[in-house]
Write a protein that binds this ligand. Structure first.
Ligand SMILES: [Zn+2]
Length: 302
């Protein structure tokens, strides 16, 4: 699993900027139109290669990095997405904010297809994914009571509300393992639990972003009503694909606007999530582990 036991190094191919904000595109969202002065950045990580090369450039005048979560061409199952490599690589190039764009199913009548939800909670039903950078001789417990950055989410809510599509602030995202969709029984139980939207990728992305002290906010675009709803009209694959395409276009518009509205003073708790979280005595942390997690932990292990 470990490719290198030293911290990552980035190889920029062409020109780029020091992007402090990254966009992770989900299903259908494999590129960021409007991204200028493009450069592809390949970052070696101790967790293997990222889903795809990171594309850096300028969007709406701001330095931005873009990463296709499933790889261009959609090559990774939700379970297979190399999330630790992705978040580690973004951290290594200096990213402090991630706008995650995801396709979700709706668990509520009022969250209609083509609406966008900016979730504020997550419920983890995944089973087979490495969900932490820690271990191998270093123990840390970060807070995850509020999985999404409140400031970044507020900015995304403001921009989405002005975008002409229906935006919903707050909501609970249940993350299932997939790749199959839910059974009808699961879908009904999720509704009883108070779940608002369902997807397959917020976890462990949000967990790892928190461990890496990166602000994480999500634009979750509704494609369909999952399977709980007794539909009066037949849901067709064509309809879902048309919704997905419309959502991707809306997501690209909102992201383009949002990058210039992110608050650049990080007074949110995400920026210091690791403060006081590392339990292991510094002199007991193996040197190889210390080096491997350098971009994430070095400022706490002087
Ligand atoms: Zn934050």
């Amino acid at each position: 699993m470990t490719q290198t036991d030293h911290s990552a190094h980035a190889v920029a191919l062409g020109s780029g900027g020091a992007a402090r904000l990254a966009v992770i595109g989900g299903s259908g969202f494999y590129d960021m139109p409007g991204l200028e002065d493009r450069a592809e950045v390949v970052v070696e990580t101790p967790f293997g290669p990222t889903s795809d090369p990171i594309v850096t450039g300028r969007l709406n005048g701001m330095p931005v990095a873009f990463l296709a979560r499933h790889g261009r061409g959609h090559r990774y199952l939700p379970t297979e997405v190399p999330v630790r490599a992705n978040i580690y690589a973004l951290k290594s190039i200096g990213v402090q904010w991630i706008i995650a764009v995801s396709a979700v199913g709706s668990m509520r009548e009022e969250l209609a297809p083509r609406d966008v939800v900016i979730p504020d909670q997550v419920f983890d039903r995944t089973m087979h994914r490495p969900g932490t950078f820690f271990g191998d001789g270093i123990v840390a417990h970060v807070g995850f009571a509020d999985p999404f950055c409140p400031h970044l989410s507020a900015s995304l809510g403001d921009v989405a509300s002005r975008s002409g599509i229906t935006a919903h602030r707050g909501g609970t995202y249940v993350c299932i393992e997939g790749p199959q969709f839910s059974s009808r029984a699961e879908s009904h139980v999720f509704r009883q639990w108070g779940i608002d939207i369902i997807g397959m990728t917020a976890i462990p992305e949000a967990r790892l972003a928190r461990e890496a002290e990166i602000c994480y906010g999500m634009l979750a675009f509704v494609t369909d009503y999952d399977v709980w709803r007794e539909n009066e009209e037949a849901v067709t694959v064509e309809m879902v694909i048309r919704n997905l395409q419309a959502n991707v276009a809306a997501g690209q518009r909102i992201v383009t606007e949002a990058v210039s509205h992110v608050r650049h003073d990080r007074t949110c708790p995400c920026a210091s999530a690791l403060h006081g979280a590392i339990m292991t005595a510094p002199d007991r942390i193996p040197e190889a582990t210390r080096r491997r997690l350098g971009p994430i932990v070095s400022r706490y292990l002087q």
